[in-house]
Design a protein around this ligand. Structure first.
Ligand code: SAH
Length: 188
């Protein structure tokens, strides 16, 4: 089973019709499509990407999905000032899939600093019992640094005993360069 499938089945347990969701890295739109397919016509997918072709590709892929879609041609590090105030504390699921877009410009890789900033800005949008998934790619050039920074930051945020956030890591044993899935659950 691929890690993306594991992420999807974990997130799917929580998704309900009418849910608000955020895809912080639209890429080819596969995660946004998964979200759209699990929230019905009253649901809403918000999405971010810095590449115009990622937005176009995602719009195309989700074209026949009945839910509401709002995609921003904007870095996710501007999430706090871009998303509507009214959805604070209401996102059931937030997804980050880092690295570069397969088949596209590898110089447009996500960066540790902006990714950590985006993660920090995304937490206030998470609903009670909400879930946030982050797929990191230590095997990508530059991805090892980003993966280390993201994990260190998340471990700090999620580790205090009074933290309302639980962090779980899914790794592929014996393959140090394989992607790592980070699962963050917000308590009630
Ligand atoms: N690594 C994944 C795909 C990740 S796609 C895989 O192998 O399947 C990551 C997406 O993040 C790309 O489409 C890229 O354009 C986008 N991206 C890069 N920097 C970004 C930023 N600051 N804000 C939002 N999206 C960004």
């Amino acid at each position: 089973m691929r890690l993306t499938d594991i992420a999807h089945s974990w997130l799917k347990e929580s998704l309900k019709p009418g849910d608000i969701t955020i895809d912080a890295t639209l890429g080819n739109g596969h995660d946004a499509l998964f979200l759209a397919q699990n929230i019905g016509e009253k649901g809403h997918v918000f999405g971010f990407d810095v590449q115009k072709n990622a937005l176009q590709q995602s719009q195309l892929l989700l074209g026949s999905e009945p839910c509401r879609k709002t995609f921003f041609h904007q870095g996710h590090e501007h999430m706090a000032s871009t998303l509507p105030e009214s959805i604070k504390g209401k996102a059931r699921v937030i997804m980050f899939n880092l690295g570069w877009l397969p088949g596209s410009d590898k110089s447009l890789i996500t960066q540790a600093k902006t990714t950590v900033s985006a993660l920090e800005q995304s937490f206030p949008f998470l609903a009670p019992n909400g879930k946030l998934s982050v797929m990191v790619y230590p095997g990508h050039e530059g991805g090892d640094h980003e993966a280390a920074m993201v994990m260190q930051w998340l471990e700090n945020v999620c580790s205090p005993s009074d933290s309302e956030l639980l962090l779980e890591k899914v790794i592929v044993p014996n393959r140090p360069t394989a992607p790592i899935l980070l699962k963050i659950s917000k308590k009630q």
